[in-house]
Design a protein around this ligand. Sequence first.
Ligand code: GAP
Length: 450
Amino acid sequence: MTDKTSPGKVDMDKMVSLCKRRGYIFQSSEIYGGLGSCWDYGPLGVELKRNIKDAWWKTNVQEREDMVGLDSAIIMHPQIWVASGHVEGFSDPLVECKNCHLRWRTDAITEGKCSSCGGELTEPRMFNLMFRTFMGPVEEQASTVYMRPETAQGIFVNFSNVLTTSRKKLPFGIAQIGKAFRNEITPGNFIFRSREFEQMEIEYFVKPGNDEKWFNFWLEERLNWYIKLGIDKDHLKLRHHGEDELAHYARDCYDIEYLFPMGWAELEGIANRGEFDLQRHSLSSGRALNYFDEETGQNITPFVIEPSAGVDRSTLAFLLDAYEEEQDKEGIRVILHLHPSLAPVKVAVLPLSRNEKLVPLSREIWSRLRSSWMTQYDDAQSIGRRYRRQDEIGTPFCVTIDFQSLEDNAVTVRERDSMQQIRVPIDNLKAVIAAKLAGEAFEEANPGGS
Ligand code: GAP
């Protein structure tokens, strides 16, 4: 990691425009003029986001012996948010411009004046970020419920259910991916800060005293996950929270920051929450959330290490870091160097032309590949234009079917990053692409090919 400070290779406007043009991300409710800081994921965006979540789940749940998953409800008992401290403390200080009435978080104000019109500001007052709604037919205080602002609390209140049914021993973790909602005062920077977003959270329960060791373990583990999936390590750094910025539940916290176009900003938070949450819910519910330690014969309240990542922020970071522009003789070639496991489309099938003999063979190959991967079939315009279209959305492999294919039953496979092309027998095509997606070189994946 370096102390690189200048933002990366693409500005946010260009990324927003690419995402809209190619069907990654659209503004929510666009035909009604949009809704502040809510976003819809299009055909490619939904695949990318799902691949990110799958990669996270595979690394953190499937491949670990000490982790299990959970999918808890978004709307939970309102007392949970009292016990967790969110009703009282999940607030941002807010000021209002006396002139234009725009509201700002105090940390978004630099010169003591409204950032929009320069007007005078009111004194700060606290503004709770939780969305509220009513459960049942009566809209009254007693029926108020909250849209969860973090998935974590669903894990804490299920601690005993999961412990008893999974029979895990400390240390062990519970992982959850799901939507969270925050009525952010100054959202922005595209999907970086929105009002509806997804989190990927782990609550990792450890014996008190072992928390520092596991805190350090998760810092390294989580940082490496982004690097393994293709983010340049010089665009990532760990930032330690000062005492004055720690969340109300945290004993210690680091942010994994990414070098976004607007500068370094939080991608994931990793906190040592101590025994705060289990203890608060035990007291508030009257149900003991303990662990029986066989070594000492005592009930203990485990400490919690929490790596908490944002799906949307990860999506943005993976897109930004993958982006490259290359000048060639036909102009600018845009390439998304997405890791193959994250790329929305793995293989594009491109008949050289719409010739009546090439089309049936191409469609047959396409249908064979579709059972294994997300694919696209494209026969419009020149082959060069079609390669560029696939490069721009990050498709790692293009399969071209030409007239020679009718003779030799082989096709050309082109690799996005190297632009290397090899000839592969149709019968080997699936095996070659599978080997390539698993990271093998072209030569190893296609023995006997050319
Ligand atoms: N349970 C701990 C927790 O929620 P957080 O730092 O407030 O901690 C964790 O949020 C992650 O969730 C952040 O690092 C970020 O990736 C994502 N996140 C938080 N607020 C967000 C927002 N308004 N829009 C998009 N992502 C957000």
